[in-house]
Every structure is written in C-alpha cells, then in structure tokens.
Write a protein that binds this ligand. Structure first.
Ligand code: SF4
Ligand code: SF4
Length: 384
C-alpha cells in the first residue's frame, strides 16, 4: 500500500499553508528531523514566466512555505528547475520567486552540467540526459502544480520531474515522442530512470499544489485557474497523481502516465493500492472540472489529417515582436524568419513540419501565439 495525504487548504495564506504542509508530511510518515543538515532539492513547476494568477506555475507562496519548513528544521533548500526555454532567472523574476530566493538565501542549482541516467527496463527509451545538480541531494521535494495537459491529459507529480532535463533537450524529446501515446511512454521510461537511478536510495517526497489548479486547455495560459483547495503529498508520485485526478473528477483512464505506470509496476494506480490519510475525497465538492479537450494530437497522424484535426499555433501580428525565440526552440525546424521584417510581420510556420509540441507557445515572451482549430476538429468534439 502507498500512502497519499490529502488535506483541505483554502488559500495560499502563509501560516495556513505551513500548517497544512506539515500535516501532510506527518500524514505520510516523513520525519522532519531528517531535514537537519540535509541538502534538499526543491523542484517546483516553473514552466514559464507568468504571474501567479494564471496558475501555470507552482504558487510562489507554496514554494515559500516549503523552503521555510526545510530551513526551520535545519535543512538547506536548493531550487532546481529548467524551464522549457525561457532562462531560469527571467522565470524566477516574472513569477516572484526571485524575492523569496533572495530573502531566504536559497541556492539555485547550476544546470549547465549534465549527466546521463539509465532505465534498462525502459519500453522505448533507456538513456536520459539530466542536470547533474539533480543527483547531489539528500532529499528531493517534488512540488508539482495540478493541471490539465494537452498531450498527457494531466500534469502533476510524474510529469513535473521532466523539468530536470535541460531546457532545449526537452523540446527534442517532443520531437522523438510526438503524440500522447509515445510521449507517455517516454515519460514513464524517464520516470523509471529518475526513481531507479537518479534518486535511488533517497527520499523523494511529492507535495502537490492543488490549492488553485488548472482546468481546460492546460498546461499554459490557455488553461483556466480552478479553485480546488487541496494539498496532496506522498512518496509515490503515481499514487499522488491518481488521487489528484480522481479528486478533480477527471477520467483516470485517460491519464496514461498514471494507468500505464500502474501496469508497469512504477507506482500505485488503483484505489485499493492506496491508503488515504487526512481529509476524505468526499470532503471536497469539485464539480464540472473541465478536462482538456480531446485532440487529434492524441493520435499518430499523417500531415494531411493532422492539419485538419489538430490545433495549430499561430502568431499574432499585433503582439509579435519578432524576437525569434520560437524559432530557436522549435524542435522540428518548422519556423523561419518573417518574409518582411518589421512591425506587423510574424515568423513563418510550416505546418507540414510542425509536430504540435507547442514549445513555441511556452517560450513566447509576448504570449503572442494562439491556437487555431483544425477545420474538422468539430468531428472530434462530437465524438467527445
Ligand atoms: S511550430 Fe511550435 S508547435 Fe510546431 S513543432 Fe515547432 S515549436 Fe512545436
Ligand atoms: S511569436 Fe513570440 S517568440 Fe515568436 S517571434 Fe513573435 S514574439 Fe518572439
């Protein structure tokens, strides 16, 4: 049996959060005295630099409460994160993390050095390059934000560890694993390497921010913040994701990073394998949590069909400043410079090459890239 703690937490008020987080740690049997003199890696979700109101990143007050608990118990928190493309320092500034880091004298891990980790049991992928800093900790605190996700249906504890892979390499993985099926296989091969190699023998504790979650078109700014009022925790990231998905009333069978993890023995993905501590699921009334819409990107497709039934990223002439960060990140080489440089021009997208990873949307500093629906996408809507 794997233990998952679920506790109600209505807001990001600091005192309340610290109380709920300590309650969570006690519920899962974590010994706070083990933090003394420990180097504690803290991995929030800092997907990109947007204000906290958008609910894209782990809330900065959640992070503040966790690092305070670590420091007050004699530990040394070290932030580790590699945003998809925007430089980490810029993300820290835009999300307000920079103030907390300065006020609490928190180390930020150097992500320039990388190492290779292995998963010999990987179904398709067996070697992964991660930031070396991720290996040098006594304890890891994984702090995901619970959100819907256009490729993997949900993003939570398992997917948050993707951020240990250096920024630009993440986009390359989207190229190698192009749809939901392949990307979920990759994520679980990678997760197997994280728990079986990178963090083997270490405490890896998930503390999930589901106070304000994200519903709809997650995981970026097209998704909508949704009050759930919960903090979840556990040692088994799969089990935490299972409970979070169930709590939101989402269809767990669509979350392959949960169901297939269970089938592979990487974690608990059934209620009868999980011992719940804290508040029962019935204490929450989460109605009509909006799932991410079924997308053609779930299906392996030829280019012709893909362009008809999958949303395509389209830059806005009004907002685009021609910085070309989208072009740099695009793993498919699908973006080239505007034909006419200057205001009102946008980069040129080749939708035959585009694999719909949406890394360009993640990196765009102007939020200038929107989604245009495929001409036959209404068909998928009809099919539910
Ligand atoms: S154009 Fe955007 S969505 Fe398409 S492959 Fe490139 S980065 Fe990914
Ligand atoms: S779409 Fe965004 S990232 Fe791409 S060039 Fe324009 S402003 Fe830069």
């Amino acid at each position: 049996m794997k233990t998952v703690s679920l506790v109600q937490c209505e807001s990001y008020e600091q005192e309340l959060l610290q109380e709920k987080l300590i309650q969570t740690l006690v519920n899962i049997g974590f010994d706070l005295s083990s933090l003394k003199d420990a180097r504690v890696l803290v991995k929030p979700n800092l997907l990109t630099g947007v204000p906290r109101e958008k609910a894209v990143v782990t809330d900065r007050e959640f992070f503040r409460a966790v690092v305070k608990i670590i420091a007050e118990n004699g530990g040394h928190p070290v932030l580790v994160e590699s945003p998809a493309a925007m430089p980490l320092q810029r993300v820290l500034k835009k999300t307000g993390y920079d103030e907390i880091i300065a006020e609490n004298n928190i180390d930020v891990a150097d992500l320039t050095e990388t190492m290779v980790i292995h998963n010999d049991e990987g179904v398709r992928f067996k070697r992964f390059e991660v930031a070396t800093a991720a290996s040098g900790a006594d304890i890891v605190f994984n702090l995901p934000k619970f959100k819907t996700h256009g490729i993997t249906y949900i993003t939570g504890a398992v997917k948050n560890l993707f951020g240990l892979i250096p920024g630009l390499s993440k986009a390359q993985w989207h190229m190698r694993a192009k749809n939901k099926d392949e990307f979920s296989t990759f994520m679980l091969d990678y997760y197997g390497a994280v728990i079986g190699d990178l963090t083997k023998g270490k405490e890896v504790i998930t503390l999930m921010d589901a106070v304000i979650a994200m519903e709809g078109k997650g995981p970026r700014t097209s998704g909508k913040p949704r009050h759930v009022g919960a903090v979840l925790g556990g040692r088994d990231a799969v089990a935490v994701d299972y409970i979070a998905t169930t709590l939101a009333g989402l269809d767990v069978s669509q979350a392959f990073t949960v169901t297939r993890a269970g089938e592979r023995g990487l974690g608990a993905a059934r209620m009868d394998e999980i011992e719940m501590k804290g508040d029962p699921l019935s204490a929450f009334t989460i109605r009509n949590f909006i799932p991410v819409k079924k997308s053609g990107s779930d299906i392996p497709l030829g280019n012709f069909l893909k362009n008809l039934i999958v949303e395509k990223p389209v830059p806005s002439k009004v907002r685009c400043t021609l910085c070309y960060q989208c072009m740099e990140i695009c793993p498919a080489g699908a973006i080239t410079k505007a034909k006419v440089p200057g205001k009102g021009s946008v980069p040129v997208y080749d939708y035959q090459k585009c694999i719909r990873c949406y890394c360009c949307m993640e990196i765009c500093p102007e939020a200038a890239i929107g989604l245009k629906r495929g001409k036959l996408q209404w068909l998928l809507d009809l099919l539910g």
